[in-house]
Design a protein around this ligand. Structure first.
Ligand SMILES: *Cc1c(COP(=O)(O)O)cnc(C)c1O
Length: 236
C-alpha cells in the first residue's frame, strides 16, 4: 500500500512539476508520519523515502532513536521551548519557528551540543488567531532577529492555510507565502546561502502548492492512509 502510494505520488509530483515548468528535483517530499507506527515508516523507507515529518516531539524522539541516520526528520508541530533540547538532539529541520523565545531556546542547546540546525519560519498567512505562525507583517522582524543566532540556518518559510475542501481556495495563501519570501530576499533576509525553501501543500492541495512554487510538500494521509486517533495520554 505505502509503496504504491509513494510511487503514485512521486509520479504525480513529477507530472505537476513538468506542467508548471519546474524541475521535479527541486521538490522534496516530507512524509508526515505522525501517529503512524514505526512499521509504516520502515515500509516507506524501503520504498526510498528519507524525509519524515513529525508533530509531537516525544514521538519524534522515539522514532529517531529507532531509525537513527536512516531518516531525516523535520519537526512540523508547535514546539515548546522546554522541548528545544530534544528537538536539537532529534531533528534535522524545524519548520515551525514563530517566536523569539523558541529561537533563543534552540540556539542555547545548539551551542552546548556544538551543532547547527536548518529552520523555517512558519507564517500564518490567513492571520487566523487560533493558528500558530507569525503574521506576514511580523515576519521581517523575526527574520532579522534570527540573524543574530548563527547556529540556526534560516532556509525559508512554511505555511499551513485554513482547510478548504476545494484546493483552489488555498492558492492565494501559497501565492502570498512565495511573494513574502521574494520580498524578504530583496531585503537580504532570505536566500543568502542559495535556494529558498517554501514548505507548503498537504495531501489534498499539494498540486496547487507545487504550481505556486513549493519546494517541500508535507504529505501524510496520501502516503500512509487515514491517521490513527490522537491518544488520550499524550504528554507533549
Ligand atoms: C498532519 C500535517 C500534515 C499532513 O497532512 P495530510 O493531510 O495528512 O497530508 C502536513 N503539515 C502539517 C503541519 C501537519 O500537521
Amino acid at each position: 500500500m505505502i509503496h504504491q502510494n509513494l510511487r503514485e505520488l512521486r509520479e504525480s509530483i513529477n507530472q505537476v512539476a513538468q506542467n508548471s515548468n519546474r524541475d521535479p528535483e527541486e521538490i522534496q517530499l516530507v512524509a508526515v508520519s505522525k501517529r503512524f507506527p514505526l512499521a509504516a515508516m520502515e515500509e516507506a523507507l524501503k520504498a526510498g523515502q528519507i524525509i519524515f515529518g513529525e508533530n509531537y516531539i516525544q514521538e519524534a524522539a522515539e522514532k529517531k532513536s529507532a531509525l537513527l541516520d536512516r531518516i531525516r526528520l523535520h519537526f512540523i508541530g508547535n514546539l515548546q521551548s522546554n522541548k528545544a533540547k530534544i528537538a536539537v538532539e532529534t531533528c534535522d529541520m524545524v519548520e515551525t519557528i514563530d517566536r523569539p523565545k523558541i529561537v533563543q531556546a534552540l540556539h542555547k542547546h545548539l551551542v552546548s551540543q556544538d551543532r547547527h540546525l536548518d529552520v523555517l519560519v512558519q507564517v500564518n498567512v490567513a492571520q487566523d488567531s487560533h493558528k500558530s505562525g507569525v503574521y506576514p507583517h511580523e515576519a521581517e522582524s523575526l527574520l532579522m532577529y534570527i540573524k543574530d543566532f548563527p547556529r540556526l540556518r534560516l532556509r525559508g518559510l512554511m505555511t499551513m492555510p485554513p482547510y478548504t475542501p476545494d484546493p483552489e481556495m488555498a492558492r492565494p495563501y501559497f501565492k502570498a507565502l512565495r511573494s513574502l519570501a521574494e520580498q524578504m530576499k530583496l531585503k537580504g533576509l532570505l536566500g543568502k546561502s542559495g535556494k529558498i525553501e517554501l514548505s507548503m501543500g498537504m495531501s489534498h492541495d499539494y498540486k496547487v502548492a507545487i504550481e505556486e512554487g513549493a519546494t517541500l510538500i508535507r504529505i501524510g494521509t496520501a502516503i500512509f492512509g487515514e491517521r490513527p486517533p490522537l491518544s488520550q495520554n499524550r504528554k507533549d
